[in-house]
Ligand binder design. Structure first.
Ligand SMILES: O=C(O)c1ccc[n+]([C@@H]2O[C@H](COP(=O)([O-])O)[C@@H](O)[C@H]2O)c1
Ligand SMILES: Cc1cc2nc[nH]c2cc1C
Length: 353
């Protein structure tokens, strides 16, 4: 297949047909239950069916994008950077939280090396898409070049396009990268203009002095790099990360090919935010899995304009929230397919029907 570039993918994104959404909801309203009584489960079914044109899911895949971050030199994480490649091995061996939850959801996990600071031999379940062995330190200069940011976006776009022929009807995003809550907060601060201390939190569990350091580092990064909020590729390049670029591209690519995409926690949402800032209609294709503990997450969700489905006080990433919500979407589709109408079930209608 011809590689799809960013401009072409952006051109392909269409709004989800509002008439189709109304049609699907009308069928839900004929089902033998008080109108609206399945709450947001109805929204899941309505949006999934209208986006995909399907009433079931053949295959589900979670792409867990991994990358390292030069900014860890500033002491912004509770864990050492070696954990990134170690967790990649753990994912591939099936021993991480995402593997357990993906098995529960019946989803495949594909790990994408976007920029881990380690060499991997060819390994089953690992896609080698390394742009560089970690970003540069965003506190002293741009995290990556504009060219690298576009390469990362186009890698994610290509993955979304590859899902079409593979019969993948639902995609989930995930991330792994020690230090990556720092670029995620920086991206949000760049777009929103919010004070850095209002969008910066504890990531893997840093203490108060480290949190203060992290806030200072992000302030410095924004001051030195001056990312242009009207140019999302510039924001991604200057204060982003390679795995965030891959996630942004995947979300954008799913919108271009019409595959519903479940977006995980704080880092995945930073990627989704880049995609939505590149094209506002991307939001139509996004299911926001959950509300992360990270304090900036609510601001990101507001900018994207999609409400999270769950609040389980999670802050792990990897795609764990996405895996949980895949099961919910599947349950919603079962209700859509299987609940009889008032007429079929011989049940009397109420006043609102
Ligand atoms: O997804 C989230 O909401 C989330 C919130 C906090 C931390 N994480 C994970 O923790 C790592 C980043 O944390 P940190 O403290 O190293 O910036 C990275 O591997 C993320 O997947 C993930
Ligand atoms: C062990 C560990 C697992 C993770 N998974 C996602 N981020 C992570 C960070 C750490 C430290």
């Amino acid at each position: 297949m011809q590689p799809i570039d960013l401009a072409r993918a952006l051109d392909l994104i269409l709004p989800v047909d509002p008439a189709r959404l109304v049609e699907v909801q009308a069928r839900i309203n004929r089902q033998a239950k008080p109108k609206g009584s399945l709450g947001r489960m109805e929204e899941l079914a309505r949006r999934y069916v209208a986006i995909s044109g399907r009433e079931d899911i053949r295959k589900k895949v979670i792409f867990t994008f991994a990358g390292d971050h030069g900014v860890v030199a500033e002491g912004v994480s509770a864990f050492p950077p070696e954990v990134t490649p170690q967790m990649v091995h753990n994912f591939l061996e099936g021993g991480a939280a995402i593997n357990a939850l993906a098995r529960h959801a019946g989803a495949e996990v594909i790990v994408v090396d976007m920029g881990v600071n380690a060499d991997f031999p060819p390994l089953g379940g690992l896609l080698q898409k390394k742009i560089a062995k970690g970003t540069a330190n965003l506190a002293v200069g741009p995290a990556m070049s504009r060219q690298q940011a576009i390469q990362g976006l186009e890698t994610g776009i290509e993955l979304a396009f590859s899902c079409v022929d593979a019969g993948i009807d639902l995609v989930g995003t995930g991330d792994m990268g020690i230090g990556n809550t720092t670029p995620s907060s920086a991206i949000l601060a760049a777009f929103s203009g919010l004070p850095v201390e209002e969008v910066t939190h504890r990531g893997t569990g840093i203490d108060d002095p480290a949190l203060q350091r992290k806030i200072d580092v992000i302030r410095r990064g924004l001051e030195i790099n001056r990312p242009d909020p009207s140019d999302p590729v510039d924001v991604l390049a200057k204060v982003g990360g390679f795995e965030i670029a891959g996630i942004a591209g995947l979300v954008l690519g799913c919108a271009a090919v019409g595959i519903p995409v479940v977006v995980d926690g704080f880092i995945s949402t930073a990627g989704a935010l880049i995609a939505v800032e590149l094209h506002p209609k991307v939001r139509d294709y996004i299911f926001m899995a959950h509300r992360s503990v990270e304090i900036g997450h609510g601001h990101m969700l507001e900018r994207i304009g999609q409400k999270p489905l769950l609040d389980l006080e999670m802050r792990l990433g990897e795609g764990t929230g996405a895996a949980l919500v895949m099961s919910l979407i599947e349950a919603a589709l079962r209700t859509y397919r299987e609940i009889l109408t008032f007429d079929e079930a011989g049940v009397a209608r109420g006043n609102d029907q």
